[in-house]
Design a protein around this ligand. Structure first.
Ligand SMILES: [Zn+2]
Length: 143
């Protein structure tokens, strides 16, 4: 199979595949936490990465007929949910293009978002390393 390109999400909280820890979705992309998956509680999410879709098929779910694709983790091929391709009931059409992630297939990871380094602190440490005290103004030495 070779190398699998993996995407990493930058967000304070990320849902990852419970078997291989590949990033799957930002917690902020969750539209609803009240969904029912095949394995129990599930989330409806706006966008997913590192995914692989199975073939589309028509399935009768609790809310009627839907065309869906099974959703797999691209890294380890674990089934993690499904994607709604088409909802045949007009009231369910908000789901189209969105994904259901099975809660039991996920772990949540809190991450530190990348913030730019504090330039004053970096400079002070550098000047300290080369023997200059940053808190004494250079002009003081010339008087
Ligand atoms: Zn995985």
């Amino acid at each position: 199979m070779g190398l699998v390109f993996q995407q990493f999400l930058e967000a304070p909280a990320v849902y990852v595949c419970s078997s291989c820890r590949a990033h799957l979705a930002r917690a902020s992309d969750v539209v609803s936490r009240g969904f029912q998956g095949r394995l129990g509680r599930a989330y409806l999410v706006e966008a997913v990465v590192n995914e692989r879709l199975g073939g589309s098929e028509d399935r009768v779910l609790m809310t009627g007929l839907h065309t869906v694709c099974d959703l797999y983790c691209r890294r380890c091929d674990e089934m993690v949910g499904w994607k709604y391709i088409r909802a045949h009931d007009r009231a369910q059409q908000y789901k189209e293009g969105r994904y259901v992630l099975e809660q039991s297939q996920l772990l949540v990871v809190e991450q530190q978002t990348a913030s730019p380094p504090n330039i004053d602190r970096v400079l002070a440490r550098f000047m300290g390393d080369i023997g200059i005290r940053p808190d004494s103004p250079a002009t003081a030495a010339s008087q």
